[in-house]
Write a protein that binds this ligand. Sequence first.
Ligand code: NDP
Ligand code: MG
Length: 388
Amino acid sequence: MKNITILGSTGSIGTQALEVIRANPTLYHVVALSANSNAALLIEQSMEFLPEVVVITDDSKYAAVKSALAGLPVKVLAGEAALCEAASLEGSDLVLTALMGSVGLRPTIAAIEAKKTIALANKETLVVAGELITRLAAQHGVKIIPVDSEHSAIYQCLTGERLDTIEKIYITASGGPFRGKDRNFLAGVTKEQALKHPNWVMGAKITIDSASLMNKGLEVIEAKWLFNLDISQIDVIVHPQSIVHSIVQFNDGSMKAQLGLPDMKLPIHYAMAFPERIESKFPRFNFLDYPEFTFAKADMDTFRNLGLAYTALEKGGNMPCIINAANEVVVDAFLNDQIGFLGMSDVIAKCMSDLPFIAEPGLDNYLETDELTRIFARELVTKKHLAI
Ligand code: NDP
Ligand code: MG
């Protein structure tokens, strides 16, 4: 029986993780759950799974959660700091980080310091502070098992292999809803169009990131840290069917790929079960439904974000932190009709060129950079200085 903490249990990954747990009650036990503001769903989940600890980060919802769970053996906590308490709970074996955005940074560090295995969905944490997180995980002997489907694919391909035999990895990208479109078209797209992903149903932020290819950019940075690769070893290839989840090419020229239907429950189940592989009833892939797999080069001229992410990775230091924070601000602004689709990359590029660069940041520098970038990016959005 594995004791599991889910940070972000009310989101797309969190609810799918609970589905996996519901289907495997003898394997997994929930010890902590968290939500930001969706008190109703958090209460429902808490009544069903009876975790030891429940965190609602939005303080204004604390009273509602507390009174709904009164009489149950569940400790209710509020605020962001409580996420660290849930992440380091004594009885927990594995922490699934399914929070959205850089808010995942501190709880992930707390989980590592408490020597919990991490099932990492919250890629922003590795983007912001990949060097710090991987160094801490190595120091504490903690495993980080990726949940992101591409990285889960690579992780699975690497089972039984040595990292130093990797020549290259190919991260596959669906291309999102605007694959094949030009910048003229992108200039006028709406959030409703951007929120319609062809293959995956996900939270709003990652769906916009997929449409702008920032998601792939963040995944390139995530892969660098998870697999200790050089930037030249990480390639992105567009595969609209989303069946080949990623590919590893080894130094003898051999390639391994992992395939499966586009269903996040698969990599969630893999990460929670690791190092075991446990039977599931998920629908099986049928080749005859997919007579053709296609692959194409990613269009970095149209989708500037992917190139910006490679640049951020190449510069290193706090640059990936800047790109992440700027992106979180512009995606939120796009979802609130405050900026156009193309304006998102303009703001991100301006943050990258104007904000102070720190070559060897520590945790405080990351937190400061995150805050400063958000302020600057919001100013750019509201002042509409740029061609947005
Ligand atoms: P969602 O937006 O669906 O869910 C996010 C979760 O985090 C919710 O529980 C939300 O609570 C909580 N949350 C949001 N903001 C805060 C905050 N400021 N403080 C504390 N908690 C917060 O996101 P997804 O599930 O789609 O994504 C989660 C992570 O997984 C992201 O990093 C994403 O990139 C990654 N990922 C997601 C995939 C997917 O298929 N969805 C695929 C691969 C990676 P509330 O519900 O109360 O708002
Ligand atoms: Mg992914």
